[in-house]
Design a protein around this ligand. Structure first.
Ligand SMILES: *[C@@H]1O[C@H](CO)[C@@H](O)[C@H](O)[C@H]1NC(C)=O
Ligand SMILES: *[C@@H]1O[C@H](CO)[C@@H](O)[C@H](O)[C@H]1NC(C)=O
Ligand SMILES: *[C@@H]1O[C@H](CO)[C@@H](O)[C@H](O)[C@H]1NC(C)=O
Ligand SMILES: *[C@@H]1O[C@H](CO)[C@@H](O)[C@H](O)[C@H]1NC(C)=O
Ligand SMILES: *[C@@H]1O[C@H](CO)[C@@H](O)[C@H](O)[C@H]1NC(C)=O
Ligand SMILES: *[C@@H]1O[C@H](CO)[C@@H](O)[C@H](O)[C@H]1NC(C)=O
Length: 416
């Protein structure tokens, strides 16, 4: 999803005056006692428009100094489990840089090609239609995906599943309808999977995941109106925002989570296929008037700063919605789950990793990977988990981080 209003309040918070933070250490990993996230000396200050590490101050140097160091470090750890993911010497490596927003959405590993595929930002869609870019992990080169049997039009989120890459695509005018397409990872054959519900177009399909139950397969995808941020003169959506499920066995397409419950964004399943995670884009109030967004920070509920967790029941329907994560700054946009069941989300603070109980165990710090350019740019929306490599899609920059362990294996049920 895009977030043009984020630009607006990022620009505003730049205007605020604040005390410069003294930077004395340059350790790439800074550990913060988890206790600080819920217990601080009275009189502390914090600002929801800045990161926890950057804006939280107590006047007690024992607490403030590590927070200050963390605010500029690439890796902020709250738990030993995160240190084990990082290993002893994680190296952020800047792979590629452009002056366009070439690295923003999707983010998926194609193991048989040793590649990460990702998409450019819709914010520049009027000038540069969104397209798929490829990182070759062997050579660290980046190029535009080419050689597909048909053009991949207006891609956004994506998912690798059983040898095919699925892309969410959005309408940009009254002619191209969008929907879900697949690209065969070997032949690059393109097929349309779904593009309508009884003749009605989706608004803007945003993200996709696949779940298995025995021999059956189910595709879940999110749809909500976000393309209006880049394109004028779109037809008014005919379908409500929500989470859809495609059942290829029965050829049944159903909306399984309604707009009354959620304005969905990213979607992923857990490795045991029993849990569906969905991130939210807009406050629930938005559902009543979905096409007239109001400005304001997350606390004022323009954005829905939530990660929801659903059980997948015996019939593979999402049930028992509960809140899994409350996002501190901005929204959770892209979401990935690793083989250990940890949930990784792209937020304004950076890539935030929660364990399966919802504890924040660490952050890949946006302030480092965006090099403070976020003030006039977009946040990190998405990223890819490729074996033991994290690809950070920092809008105009693509980074990799070699992790201390394989977080998603090539044989995983959720290469994603
Ligand atoms: C955060 O940003 C919003 C929008 O720019 C602004 O209205 C609000 O006052 C800011 N909040 C704080 C605590 O600075
Ligand atoms: C500080 O740490 C970063 C990240 O590890 C590294 O890229 C940079 O070279 C270091 N700078 C200095 C002056 O040591
Ligand atoms: C952190 O604080 C510095 C200086 O106060 C500011 O320039 C920067 O934009 C802040 N970054 C974030 C991510 O809040
Ligand atoms: C500062 O915080 C530390 C860690 O919580 C605590 O041990 C220490 O007593 C505090 N110092 C003061 C002066 O309150
Ligand atoms: C097309 O793909 C090949 C790799 O298959 C790459 O080497 C080449 O640079 C790409 N072309 C463009 C125009 O991006
Ligand atoms: C509509 O958008 C599609 C995809 O971007 C493009 O191929 C087509 O030319 C556009 N049609 C018109 C009438 O602008």
């Amino acid at each position: 999803m895009s977030a043009s209003l984020l630009n607006f309040f990022f620009a505003l918070f730049l205007l605020q005056t604040r005390t410069a933070v003294a930077q004395t250490t340059n350790s790439s990993i800074v550990s913060i006692p988890y206790e600080y996230t819920y217990l601080l000396p009275g009189g502390f200050t914090g600002n929801l428009n800045q990161t926890f590490a950057n804006s939280t101050r107590t006047g007690n140097a024992t607490i403030d100094n590590p927070l200050s160091s963390a605010s500029k470090a690439p890796f902020i750890s709250y738990d030993d489990a995160f240190l084990r993911i990082l290993g002893s010497n994680p190296q952020p490596k800047l792979i590629h840089e452009r002056d366009t927003l070439f690295a923003y959405e999707a983010g998926l590993w194609v193991p048989e090609r040793n590649e990460v595929w990702f998409t450019s930002a819709i914010e520049q869609g009027m000038q540069i239609p969104t397209h798929v870019n490829v990182l070759n992990l062997g050579t660290n080169t980046v190029y535009a995906l080419n050689g597909t049997s048909q053009p991949v039009t207006n891609p956004n989120g994506g998912y690798y599943f059983e040898g095919k890459v699925y892309f969410a695509t959005f309408p940009s005018n009254g002619t191209y309808r969008g929907g879900v397409i697949s690209v065969d990872a070997q032949t690059l054959e393109v097929e349309t999977v779904v593009n309508n519900y009884f003749g009605l177009s989706f608004s803007s399909v945003d993200d996709i995941t696949w779940a298995r139950q025995g021999n059956d397969r189910y595709m879940f995808f999110t749809d909500f109106y976000y393309n209006y941020e880049a394109y004028a003169d779109l037809p008014t959506p005919g379908l409500p925002a929500g989470v859809w499920r495609w059942d290829p066995q029965e050829q049944v397409l159903l909306q399984v989570i309604s707009r009354n419950e959620i304005f969905p964004n990213g979607v992923r399943v857990s490795p045991d296929m029993r849990t569906l995670y969905v991130t939210e884009s807009f406050g629930t109030a938005q559902a009543a008037a979905p096409y007239t967004p109001q400005a304001g920070p997350s606390a004022a509920s323009w954005y829905g700063p939530y990660i929801y967790k659903y059980d997948l029941d015996a019939e593979m329907f999402p049930v028992n919605c509960r809140q899994f994560g409350l996002v501190r700054e901005g929204i959770a946009d892209g979401i990935h789950v690793d083989d250990a069941g940890n949930v990784w989300t792209g937020e304004s603070e950076g890539i935030v990793v929660r364990n399966p109980k919802g504890k924040v165990i660490g952050v890949f710090n946006a302030q480092y990977f965006l090099e403070d350019k976020q003030a006039d740019a977009l946040p990190i929306a998405n990223f890819a988990l490729a074996g033991d490599t994290l690809a950070v899609q920092a809008t105009t920059r693509l980074w990799t981080v070699k992790l201390g362990k394989t977080v998603v294996s090539s044989g995983s049920s959720i290469v994603n």
